[in-house]
Ligand binder design. Structure first.
Ligand code: AMP
Ligand code: ZN
Length: 133
């Protein structure tokens, strides 16, 4: 039997996003358990190439901790800002900052979210249509 205190500790850590979500592809990428072309990492986030790029440059910036989507209760507002700062840095590194780039966060089915670990798409290197499809 697992003691109640241990269960409570694990649940607390899970709620705080400190525990890797079982079976989450992007948690596995962040933990380097799944191969990806990493472009940047720090203590809060990881940036890597999208496996199925929708533009000449298509990078994903994800938080290390598991957050399913913007529908989650996100207390760490600074983390969201950090993801965008890193998105801008990626755009500069890929030299799409001057021509232009798009940052996208899809939330839930109708927006096209397929991976339920929050991620910022950074897309560029071609002309983008507006409004988005
Ligand atoms: P979304 O549809 O907004 O949830 O975006 C998910 C993105 O993750 C898609 O653009 C996928 O091509 C990409 N993707 C899925 N699995 C992987 C992976 N293992 N490595 C890199 N990108 C991935
Ligand atoms: Zn995850």
């Amino acid at each position: 039997m697992i003691p109640l205190a241990v269960k409570k500790l694990v649940f607390y850590a899970y709620k705080k996003g400190m525990v890797k979500m079982l079976g989450c592809i992007f948690c596995q990428v962040a933990a380097r358990e799944k191969p990806a072309t990493l472009l940047y990492e720090d203590d809060q986030c990881v940036a890597f190439q999208d496996i199925n790029p929708k533009a000449p440059v298509h990078i994903l910036v994800i938080p290390r901790k598991h957050i399913s989507s913007l529908n989650d209760e996100i207390k760490d507002e600074g983390l969201l800002g950090h993801l965008l700062v890193v998105a801008g840095r990626m755009a500069r590194e890929k030299s799409i900052d001057r021509s232009g780039f798009r940052t996208v966060i899809n939330t839930n089915a109708e927006a096209g979210q397929t991976v339920f670990h929050l991620h910022v798409h950074v897309l560029g290197g071609r002309i983008m249509a507006w409004p988005p499809g």
